[in-house]
Design a protein around this ligand. Structure first.
Ligand code: ATP
Ligand code: MG
Length: 334
């Protein structure tokens, strides 16, 4: 598969107002292939926006370079930028203009005009499902609608590559769903390459062909989701809810020793929830096991024989959250 974006030792050091400096991006090497959705996943401040701002030529790298379709963003900026649509993290629309006027304005900036511009605007309003609101001013739109117009603006010049910087932050669930579906449509029906950033594991998991996990200015892991989860081993997590008030150290010990694949068993007592502790969550046994499904029958048998009732069982495969946890010792959500 052909390479769409490649970065080499991309670095950015910002000067702060107080005279100090911050290394926002510390030597990023990544490769994005044509026709894939590539997500940069990382917590706030990881360096995602700085990285894609350098890739798209909005921020000059302190060191290193990126190529888009073979064109260097530092030395062949015109050619490189022509291949790329932008959907920035901050919404960039004119509040007092209508949706249609905004798109027409940005279209003219890309050198479009006349009937072909008008047709492209129609197409995109239709695509983001806002044709019925095209004459309304942007400042009367909801956050989610603004995001969708922002997305349409990034598609005006029909680029083969689009980047979207956390396009679902702070919007309602329906708009979020639409945007995620739109991203997949761009890849599946138009063969576009998408560079997507998010701090949400669920989004990266749903969308990505490949993921780069970013933390403190560095890509700490990169690959398909399978490749990434294999890095942390193949332990599944079994979540078992039970009515038992306690399971006892001896039983836990025995499960860890005797059941093939089981590495660790944790018991979490019921937790009081609700206003006055009127309700509680069930007690929970968490079992870490290699090939969790294979180990499951023996786990159930053992609990059964010990008189521990089982209310539900869930087998969770290793996910990106587990990868981030293993590599950084922190949860992605923190
Ligand atoms: N223009 C700037 N001047 C100084 N420091 C900056 C500037 N832009 C970003 N930074 C710093 O660089 C680091 C990385 O920021 P960046 O915006 O790239 O992170 P991010 O991963 O996009 O975070 P978020 O999820 O919050 O958008 C942060 O510590 C940030 O404060
Ligand atoms: Mg950002």
């Amino acid at each position: 598969m052909q390479t769409m974006v490649e970065t080499r030792n991309l670095r950015k050091t910002y000067n702060r107002a107080d005279g100090s400096t911050i290394e926002a991006v510390k030597g990023v090497d990544l490769e994005i292939r044509q026709g894939e959705i590539f997500s940069l996943l990382g917590p706030n401040g990881a360096g995602k926006t700085t990285t894609i701002s350098m890739i798209s030529g909005l921020v000059t790298p302190t060191e290193g370079d990126a190529t888009i379709g073979g064109f260097s963003i530092t030395r062949q900026a015109m050619e490189a930028k022509r291949l790329m649509g932008f959907v920035p993290q901050e919404i960039a629309l004119y509040p007092e203009l209508s949706a249609r006027q905004n798109l027409a304005f940005f279209g003219r900036m890309y050198g479009l005009g006349g009937k072909s511009l008008s047709r492209r605007v129609d197409e995109l309003l239709e695509f983001v499902d806002l044709a019925h609101r095209q004459k309304d001013r942007i400042d009367t739109f909801s956050g989610g609608m603004k995001r969708r117009i922002n997305l349409a603006a990034g598609l005006l010049n029909s680029p083969p590559l689009i980047y979207m910087d956390e396009p679902t932050v702070g919007i309602d669930p329906q708009s979020r769903r639409r945007i995620l579906d739109t991203v997949k449509t761009l890849r599946d029906e138009q063969g576009m390459t998408v560079l997507y950033t998010t701090h949400l594991m669920e989004e990266a998991e749903e969308l990505s062909d490949r993921v780069g996990i970013m933390d403190h200015g560095e890509i700490i892991a990169m690959g398909t989701q399978d490749e990434l989860t294999q890095q942390v081993g193949e332990e599944d997590r079994l979540e078992i809810t039970t009515g038992a008030q306690n399971v006892g150290e001896a039983l836990i010990e025995r499960m860890q020793q005797e059941i093939a694949g089981v590495t660790r068993v944790l018991y979490n007592p019921p937790e009081q929830i609700g206003d006055n502790g009127s309700e509680s969550t069930p007690a929970r046994l968490t079992v870490f096991a290699k090939r969790g499904r294979t180990a499951l029958p023996q786990i159930i048998q053992t609990l059964d024989a010990a008189g521990i009732d089982i209310q539900s069982v869930e087998v969770l495969e290793p996910d990106l959250e587990a990868v981030f946890l293993a590599l950084t010792g922190r949860a992605l959500r923190d």
